[in-house]
Design a protein around this ligand. Structure first.
Ligand code: DAT
Ligand code: MG
Length: 149
């Protein structure tokens, strides 16, 4: 079972797309194990985006992610990393396939609506940045056997 950290970014929150975005992951079969509505501190944003320090877009990226409230979610499922990233679409919205979140709702790379972890290792790490273990709910759904093999 993999874990991924999903962030409904400030542009998506401002545009009233929280429900639409959560719905797509929920419908995919991923199991929600943590969720909260927060405004990120600069400190937490810099930790989360630490891998991008020094890149030309880093400053703008941090300012964008702290510019308004976000929804952070920890999702669990078989192949959760790849599945969630395919549901999100390509980083550059204009390249994202229609039917994906970014392909259906975005135009620009700096307003790309959603974050999802990019590896199993980063999924575990990023979930731990935003959730303590006691904020995560270990639960099963009656339908799990019809979604997970
Ligand atoms: P992703 O969010 O698809 O995992 P990433 O981890 O490579 O993409 O980059 C993190 C965010 O940084 C991305 O969502 C948007 C921004 N970004 C990435 N590359 C960029 C670029 N070349 N110009 C401007 N912003 C960029
Ligand atoms: Mg990334």
């Amino acid at each position: 079972m993999e874990r991924t950290l999903i962030i409904v970014k400030p542009d998506a929150v401002q545009r009233g797309l929280i429900g639409e975005i959560i719905h797509r992951f929920e419908r995919r079969g991923l199991r929600i194990i943590g969720m909260k509505f927060i405004q990120m501190s600069r400190e937490l944003a810099e930790k989360h985006y630490g891998v991008h320090v020094g890149k030309p877009f880093y400053e703008g990226l941090v300012n964008y992610i702290i510019s308004g409230p976000v929804v952070v979610m920890a999702l669990e499922g078989t192949n959760a990393i790849t599945a969630a990233r395919n549901t999100m679409g390509a980083t550059r919205c204009s390249d994202a396939a229609a039917g994906t979140i970014r392909g259906d709702f975005g135009l620009e790379i700096g307003r790309n609506l959603v974050h999802g972890s990019d590896s199993v290792e980063n999924g575990v790490k990023e979930v731990s940045f935003f959730f303590s273990e006691d904020e995560l709910v270990a639960w099963g759904r009656d339908v799990d056997g019809w979604i997970f093999e």
